[in-house]
Design a protein around this ligand. Structure first.
Ligand SMILES: [Zn+2]
Length: 724
């Protein structure tokens, strides 16, 4: 007898009926086979058989207008929670929540990447259906896809989210699904995009404040915590408590934040009447199959996630469900619980009407896009896990959860059946690229779509055969950080020679070349990165644009910045603003800065740009006002050109001593900003400190050993010498 949720009789608030839709392998869904009318059998009898065979009719109690909250704890492996039997960490708050909730023992993510996984959860649609298949390069179109918040909003809900990681920033398109979306995560230089995050307690405080402001209005809130994601740096007391497993220390930290958040909901008298889902977007490799983090493989440690559902009035508390379920099931569940009809296209089924005969789809295009290896696709049911790869794998789930023994050769029939089932999802599942024709035209115009792009058509390596290459890349990166940039460049070149489709290695090579001042070579490397992974073109094109700007090739900078308008609109507008500045077109520059601020009103680079435009227009007070407002952030995290802009205003308004301090600070923090040296040298020159002026120019060349910097230095010195 399989375990299942006890069916609650319909309450006085009304009844919603949720039928367990069969898992549908493709869209449009193939019609369920209807047996032909057999002689002597009434329609009614057939319907009764159908109901008993294919769907268990369950009545879900409806909690109309109940608050709905999703707590997403990023990168949390189910098997690292005590609620799932883990012994090495204490999570008293999640344990307490679990006792109020139904726990899903076998819940799976559909993609081990933060943005696509959250989008699949919010849309109730698989990544190929909702169009978001990677953290980068696949913007979300909220106008085309219904989401949990957009549907609830149409039914009178206020909707909000507070997130803790840059990968979920609003400009990916995700914020358009919400009324309120707080994503103020500090963007710092030099850090991998995936590591940009903010403290979960800060995010939870924003959630608590917003929830407190809703009064009696029904609301939906998504609280996203990033603690367990790398780097594993738990604060005290968890740091000392979990020295041997800082990942667990991060889980304990997240647990404390969840505890405080839930306490706040209880104080506000919301907890008891709320529908609360606690989940994770994916797991973490922890080197069980050679992957330290997540994104490359589809093994259980990457896909098996915690999932708990707490209903109002303690309904169905402390229960467990063993049937396989997926994150796409959350949408139909919330729709059923709030009595709202979900879109007919949803592939998922309500968690309150689970079925044993379920297959859960998962995919990752990350190895293909970033590493030049094959993409992976998988199907999980209650007995097996099939991974479609160049060398396919099949695991016996109840008996080999560690996925050590590939039984594919012994279980050919299961393999054939699951392969057929996965193939039925359709060829659109396999296509990695969703470059729109407009984008492709722009790429082709700049020579970024070429023969190199088609290399990907040959057989691609199996990620499990090449996972060691990640180590080679890491070692090269460590060499770079240790200061041996030339050595690292040689390593990166060896890596891309062995695997020319390794887009991330091209990017790392380009960054290292940039840091050595070899801008021309860096531009070439970024270009190769675009050629092998056109869906990553936005970020690379922005880098190319900013290098061209530094080289004084304004038209080239502009063309490349335009390439990033769709994928990285804020940064693209800031760059286009700088292009306009270089042409002294301040009207255009201001329009671009404001376009960036229109996307995100606290974008710091756009604010600095605006301050610089105002300075050129002699609107010094307004300019200084912007910079002063940025100062508290600057103290925590330096912003490129902010000190330069401040120094410029101070110099022009007769405060040379303060200007000198500001320019020196810019040079110290951002040694590649050549204009800071030039302005400081000019300041010295006019004060008669000619030696210091020359030393400053020498320092510019020393820190930027490039022809363009040497030419700029010579030009600056000549200009100064011509002044008297
Ligand atoms: Zn994640």
């Amino acid at each position: 007898m399989k375990k299942s949720i006890v069916v609650i009789p319909s309450g006085s608030e009304g009844t919603g009926r949720v039928g367990a839709a069969e898992s549908r392998p493709r869209r449009p869904a193939p019609a369920r086979p209807v047996p032909s009318l057999t002689l002597g059998m009434t329609c009614l009898a057939i319907l009764a058989i159908l109901a008993s065979c294919t769907r268990r009719e369950t009545a879900t109690r409806v909690y109309k207008n109940a608050p709905v909250i999703i707590i997403s704890i990023d990168t949390l492996r189910a098997d690292h929670l005590p609620a799932y039997g883990y012994k090495n960490v204490e999570t008293p708050n999640i344990d307490r929540f679990r006792r109020d909730a139904t726990l899903f023992e076998n819940a799976y993510s559909h993609v081990p990447l933060t943005l696509p996984s959250h989008i699949s959860m919010l849309t109730g649609a698989l990544p190929p259906d909702n169009g978001v298949r990677n953290n980068i390069g696949y913007p979300f179109d909220a106008a085309r896809h219904e989401t949990i918040p957009s549907l609830l909003h149409k039914n009178g809900y206020a909707t909000g989210a507070a997130i803790s990681a840059y990968v979920l920033r609003g400009s990916t398109g995700i914020k358009n699904a919400f009324e309120f979306y707080d994503d103020a995560v500090e963007v710092r230089g030099g850090e991998a995009q995936g590591e940009l995050q903010r403290d979960g307690a800060t995010t939870a405080a924003i959630a608590e404040r917003w929830i407190g402001e809703q009064g009696d209005r029904p609301f939906f809130f998504l609280l996203h915590l990033f603690e367990p994601h790398s780097p594993y740096t738990p604060p005290e007391p968890y740091k000392s408590r979990y020295t041997s497993s800082p990942y667990d220390g991060e889980i304990a930290t997240a647990d404390a934040i969840v505890g405080q958040f839930i306490d706040d909901l209880k104080r506000k008298k919301i907890y008891d009447r709320a529908v609360i889902v606690l989940m994770s977007d994916h797991g973490e490799g922890l080197n069980e199959h050679g992957e330290a983090e997540h994104g490359i493989f589809l093994y259980r440690e990457e896909l098996h996630v915690p999932l708990m559902l707490k209903l109002p009035d303690n309904d169905q508390s402390n229960r467990s469900v063993s049937q396989p379920v997926g994150l796409i099931d959350i949408f139909p569940t919330i729709a059923a619980l709030t009595g709202i009809t979900p879109p007919a296209s949803l592939r998922g089924q309500s968690l309150l009407a689970t079925s044993a005969h379920r297959s859960l789809y998962a995919e990752t295009l990350y190895p293909r896009i970033h590493l030049g290896w094959s993409d992976l696709h998988s199907l999980i049911d209650d007995a097996h896990h099939y991974i479609k790869a160049p060398r396919p794998e099949l695991y016996d789930f109840p008996h080999d959860l560690a996925e050590r023994d590939n039984i594919l050769e012994r279980e050919r029939r299961t393999y054939a059946a699951m392969r057929q089932q996965l193939d039925a999802y359709g060829s659109e599942m396999q296509a990695p690229s969703n470059i729109d024709p407009e984008e492709a035209k722009k790429l082709a115009a700049l020579g970024y779509l070429s023969a190199a792009t088609t290399q990907a058509n040959g057989p691609l390596p199996d990620p499990k055969d090449r996972i060691g290459d990640i180590d080679a890349l890491r070692q090269a990166a460590r060499r770079e950080v240790s200061g041996d940039v030339a050595g690292a460049i040689a390593d990166y070149k060896r890596i891309v020679a062995a695997n020319p489709n390794f887009a991330d290695a091209w990017t790392k090579l380009a960054r290292a070349q940039t840091s050595l001042g070899d801008y021309e070579a860096a531009i070439e490397s970024y270009k190769r990165g675009i050629q092998v992974a056109p869906m990553l073109s936005g970020g690379n094109a922005l880098q190319i644009a900013s290098l061209f700007l530094n080289l004084g090739r304004i038209d080239d900078a502009e063309k490349n910045a335009h390439l990033a308008e769709r994928s990285n609109p804020i940064d693209a507008h800031v760059l286009l603003g700088r292009v306009a500045m270089s042409r002294r077109d301040y009207v255009r520059a201001e329009a671009e800065a404001k376009a960036a601020l229109g996307q995100q009103n606290d974008d710091r680079n756009a604010q600095v740009l605006l301050a610089q435009i105002f300075t050129e227009e002699h609107r010094f007070d307004e300019a200084m006002h912007i910079l002063d407002a940025l100062a508290p952030h600057e103290a925590k995290q330096p912003i490129a050109l902010a000190d330069f802009a401040r120094g410029d205003i101070l110099a022009r308004t007769g405060h040379p001593e303060q200007a000198e301090i500001a320019f020196k600070r810019e040079i110290e923090l951002f040694p590649a900003e050549t204009h800071a040296y030039a302005n400081l040298a000019a300041l010295f020159w006019f004060e008669g400190r000619r030696d210091e002026a020359r030393q400053t120019i020498n320092l510019m060349v020393q820190k930027n050993p490039r022809p363009d910097a040497r030419a700029f230095a010579a030009r600056t010195l000549a200009d100064l010498s011509n002044q008297r």
